[in-house]
Design a protein around this ligand. Structure first.
Ligand code: URA
Length: 197
């Protein structure tokens, strides 16, 4: 296998035709942020604004995500953010398992390049495709799972919080759990810009 690099990753995503979603995408949305960050965030798939700009989480859900991170002193530009699928599903539907599976090659390469210590999974699609196909977000959010030395936790997707504000309290608790884990691992105070709540 060719040695992995960001150049190869970017090219593979831009040229990808491994599932039908590429045909409807205005732009591929590979992900962006701090490539040195110990913290990686994984969402579901690009929405309309993301599709137009080629950037992850820049629409209304992204604005709420920025606030959630800021509330626990995590500047958004110090984390790395991406999605399970890199092309927008039509009408923002949930990606089909075949689409998510096809895109996992990209996510695996991306994760190998970032080498995160902690991964925050945003919503059920991210958790199901990363931790367990039977994952139940309402029951299992806020719990830590260790996979190959990487700590993973799921919380509600910010779009779910926009639809149902009553979930915000639990999401807030999850963000504090995230901050506590970063502190426990010595990854919080160490990073300039972190901890400015
Ligand atoms: N929802 C997601 O899951 N990802 C984005 O990038 C935007 C909205």
């Amino acid at each position: 296998m060719a040695e992995i690099s960001w150049e190869l990753f970017d090219r593979q995503v831009q040229e990808c035709r491994m599932c039908p979603l590429y045909a409807g995408a205005k732009n591929k949305v590979p992900g962006q942020g701090d490539r040195q960050s110990p913290l990686m965030l994984i969402g579901e798939g690009p929405g309309q604004v993301e599709d137009e700009q080629g950037l992850a989480f820049v629409g209304p859900a992204g604005q709420l995500l920025t606030k959630m991170l800021g509330a626990v002193g995590l500047p958004r530009d110090r984390v790395y953010i991406c999605n399970i699928v890199k092309c927008r599903p039509p009408q923002n539907r949930v990606p089909e398992p075949t689409e998510a599976d096809a895109c996992k090659l990209h996510l695996r390469i991306q994760t190998a390049l970032i080498r995160p210590k902690v991964i925050l999974l945003l919503g059920s699609t991210a958790a199901k495709n990363t931790l367990d196909p039977e994952f139940r977000i309402t029951r299992q959010r806020g719990q830590w799972f260790e996979r190959k030395g990487v700590w993973m936790m799921a919380t509600y997707h910010p779009s779910a919080l926009l639809r149902d504000a009553s979930k915000k309290k639990e999401a807030w608790a999850d963000m504090q759990t995230l901050r506590d884990k970063l502190k426990e691992l010595g990854l919080y105070e160490d990073l300039p810009g972190y901890g400015q709540e």
